[in-house]
Design a protein around this ligand. Structure first.
Ligand code: UDP
Ligand code: MG
Length: 321
């Protein structure tokens, strides 16, 4: 059963050169959405396609008043395409999925029926239909790594088929290729996440837009997410301990060498240890300096934009200020 409070549903779908899939996708999606008996809109984001995708989408929009097409000026990438769709979406719940028919629109009702009690329902492609060595294996490792590092345990971070409550995405700012990290980022806001098994089809038409190069990108994004998750309002707590430890070790080494020079009259100029001591002191000072700069950035960021460092869910018993 789909919760009563969902009156309107927005479906956001990014498309980049998917001319072979557009029409069938829309037909399948429309069948599902009509059967739900709720108001809905489908937001197709054309991510700078160079084939007929956009003209096919325009045709759909002229025939079906549920369709909105956002045409991006160039290929900004899947994350930006999602972000554009989110900014535009007006539904109580926003559903995202891929435009290549690898996700199945038939899973949408199941996703929606699980959203009560949660803010985000994420699809889990349990029987994933992609090549093992180049896609499923790296993704297994990535899912394990992301789950362990961020503490938000999901089997399938890469699945685009997800359903969000409206306020989840309205709070979210996406950069780079962060869309796969939305559950982890959103958990910072106290968003409750659950997983639902979904079907997955092999890509029948058109080409995948990604290769193995994604692995490195995911790793770097993971470092960013973890840093922001843990230290975004207290950067010196991240840099500081290393700075203090390195600085202290450097001072200890230098003291030791100075004493040998002063008390025993040894020559220390040629000793590698001297280099290490000096290096550690400099690195220690640098790290503390970076932490302090970070602290200033945090203040500029939050205070210039009046962004609080907390998120309120609701206010009870007090009228507006
Ligand atoms: N996509 C996009 N912009 C891009 C790359 C991909 O909008 O720069 C869309 C693409 O058209 C598809 C979805 O994102 O609808 C997922 O892409 P793809 O199927 O290539 O990824 P895979 O399933 O291979 O991970
Ligand atoms: Mg795909």
């Amino acid at each position: 059963m789909i919760p009563e409070w969902i009156r309107t549903i927005s479906v956001v779908i990014p498309l980049y050169n998917e001319e072979e899939n557009v029409q069938e996708l829309h037909a399948q999606l429309t069948e599902v959405m009509q059967s739900l008996g709720r108001d809905y809109e489908v937001i197709y984001v054309d991510d700078g396609s160079t084939d007929r995708t956009l003209s096919l989408l325009e045709e759909l929009a002229s025939q079906d008043h549920h369709v909105v097409v956002l045409s991006l000026r160039r290929n900004f990438g899947q994350t930006a395409a999602f972000a554009a769709g989110f900014d535009f979406a007006g539904g109580d719940v926003i559903v995202t999925m891929d435009g290549d028919l690898q996700n199945d629109p038939k899973d949408i009702p199941r996703l929606l029926s699980h959203i009560d009690g949660y803010d985000l329902v994420s699809g889990w492609r349990k029987k994933r239909r992609d090549p093992f060595l180049t896609r499923r294996l790296p993704s297994r490792i990535a899912n394990w790594l992301i789950s362990t590092v961020t503490g938000v345990r999901l089997h399938d971070y890469g699945c685009s088929l997800k359903a969000y409550r409206r306020d989840v995405i309205k709070n979210l700012r996406l950069y780079g290729e962060m869309h796969r990290f939305i559950p982890a980022v959103a958990s910072w806001y106290g968003v409750r996440v659950t997983e639902v098994e979904t079907t997955h089809h092999p890509r029948r038409r058109g080409k995948s837009k990604y290769g193995m190069g994604r692995t490195v990108k995911v790793l770097l994004d993971l470092i960013t997410v973890k840093f922001l998750q843990s230290f975004s309002t207290k950067p010196i707590q991240f840099f500081g301990p290393f700075g203090l430890a390195f600085g202290a070790a450097g001072v200890a080494i230098s003291l030791y060498l100075s004493l040998r020079k002063l008390l025993l009259g040894e020559s220390i100029g040629g000793r590698p240890l001297l280099l290490l001591g000096v290096l550690l002191i400099i690195v220690g000072i640098q790290l503390i300096g970076m932490g302090l700069l970070g602290e200033m950035l945090v203040r500029v960021y939050h205070e210039s934009q009046r962004k609080p460092i907390y998120v309120i869910k609701k206010i009870i018993g007090k009228k507006e200020k």
